[in-house]
Design a protein around this ligand. Structure first.
Ligand code: ZN
Length: 161
């Protein structure tokens, strides 16, 4: 398969992946690879990654993805370039989980040179406000949050005002 992306410094955060050529809608752009681990091991690793991220003033990240009911993928490995993709509230990619693989797939036409993004899908929980979003899209809700929880966030923010 042709390589569709290149890693470069991002204006959003750290490094990012950018389209090497125009990418059509509904293409599998890059596989999110990593260690396949049991749920139990995945939870353990996620806890470790969360603690590390907190120590690092939330500059760290959690790379555990749910593959299916039994297994997680820990993408915090060097060979996994998909881990460099930044979050956006108005992304051009999404996570596609099949039986045995996790793919980052395009949801719209992506022009050559454009940074790849997807919604990280963090849940709305007690420390959601640790994950401030700086994606600068018009649709930005201010936090890295899954779409399903956007209405809850908007209600909570309205109450604060
Ligand atoms: Zn945003």
């Amino acid at each position: 398969m042709k390589k569709l992306w290149v890693k470069k410094k991002s204006s959003l955060h750290g490094s990012g992946l950018f389209a090497l050529a125009n990418i059509k809608k509904d293409e599998q752009v890059i596989e999110y690879i990593g260690d396949k681990v049991t749920k139990k091991e995945g939870d353990k690793r996620a806890d470790k990654q969360i603690k590390k991220a907190q120590k690092n003033k939330n500059n760290g990240m959690v790379y555990i993805f749910e593959l299916n009911k039994k297994y997680d993928i820990d993408g915090g490995v060097l060979r996994n370039y998909a881990r460099f993709i930044n979050h956006s509230c108005n992304p051009n990619c999404e996570v596609e989980i099949t039986d045995n693989q996790i793919w980052i797939s395009s949801i719209k036409l992506i022009k050559k040179g454009t940074e790849l993004t997807y919604n990280y899908g963090y849940p709305y929980d007690s420390d959601f406000d640790d994950h401030v979003c700086k994606c600068r899209s018009k649709k930005c809700v201010g936090y890295i949050l899954r779409y399903d929880d956007w209405p809850r966030l908007k209600k909570a923010l309205n109450k604060k005002k």
